[in-house]
Design a protein around this ligand. Structure first.
Ligand code: THU
Ligand code: ZN
Length: 175
C-alpha cells in the first residue's frame, strides 16, 4: 500500500483498520524477539503507527544490569520510527522540516496474564511525539484489544507546549 498523502487531520480522523492493527501486532511481536530482558523475564512488545501510515516495531524492552538504564518497549519502537525519519516532513522538493507529532497509534502487548498499560515514563515519552488524537492499543490476554486515547492516559500533561515548542521544533518563548 502506498503512503497516505492526505493532510494529517484527515488521516488522524479516520479509524484505524483491522489490517493496520494486525500489522502493528505482527511488527510488535517480531520486534520483541530482538530484545533483551534477562532480569525481569518480562518481555514487552510495542509498535508505532505513524500518521503517514507506516508501522515500526522496536526491539521490545532492552534491559541493563543497573536496571535504571532499561529501555522500555515503547521507547525502542518510537526510536525505530525516528531512526527511519518519521520526525521529518518532506515533499521531495524542499529541505525536510520537522514534524513532531508523527504518532497515530502505539500497540502494546506483554506475555503476562494481564494486559499491559504503558508506564508513566512511556506515556510522557509517547506524548512528546504524539498527534493529539493518538491512541494506545493494548492487547487483551483473552484476545482482541482495548484502545484508549493517549490524551486520556495523560491528564493535565506537562509537554513540549508547556515549554513553547511548536510542531516544527521551533520555540516560542513563554516565560
Ligand atoms: N516495561 C516496558 O517495556 N514498558 C512499560 O511501559 C512498562 C515496563 C518493561 C521494563 C522492564 O524491562 C520490564 O517491563 C519490567 O518492568
Ligand atoms: Zn515504560
Amino acid at each position: 500500500m502506498g503512503q497516505d498523502v492526505r493532510p494529517p487531520e484527515a488521516r488522524a480522523a479516520r479509524p484505524i483498520s483491522r489490517r493496520q492493527i494486525d500489522r502493528l501486532r505482527s511488527a510488535a511481536l517480531a520486534g520483541r524477539e530482538q530484545g533483551w530482558r534477562p532480569y525481569s523475564k518480562f518481555p514487552v512488545a510495542a509498535a508505532v503507527l505513524t500518521l503517514k501510515g507506516k508501522t515500526y516495531g522496536g526491539a521490545g524492552n532492552v534491559e541493563c544490569a543497573n536496571y535504571t538504564l532499561t529501555k522500555h518497549a515503547e521507547e525502542t519502537a518510537v526510536l525505530a520510527a525516528i531512526a527511519d525519519g518519521a520526525l521529518l516532513r518532506s515533499d521531495g522538493t524542499t529541505e525536510p522540516t520537522v514534524n513532531r507529532k508523527f504518532i497515530r497509534a502505539v500497540y502494546l502487548a506483554s506475555t503476562g496474564k494481564d494486559k499491559i498499560t504503558p508506564c508513566g515514563s512511556c506515556r510522557q515519552f509517547m506524548w512528546e511525539f504524539a498527534h493529539h488524537a493518538a491512541v494506545v492499543i493494548m492487547e487483551l490476554p483473552a484476545g482482541g484489544e482495548e484502545t484508549v486515547p493517549l490524551a486520556e492516559l495523560m491528564p493535565k500533561p506537562f509537554g513540549p507546549e508547556t515549554l513553547g515548542i511548536n510542531d516544527d521544533g521551533s520555540q516560542t518563548p513563554n516565560c
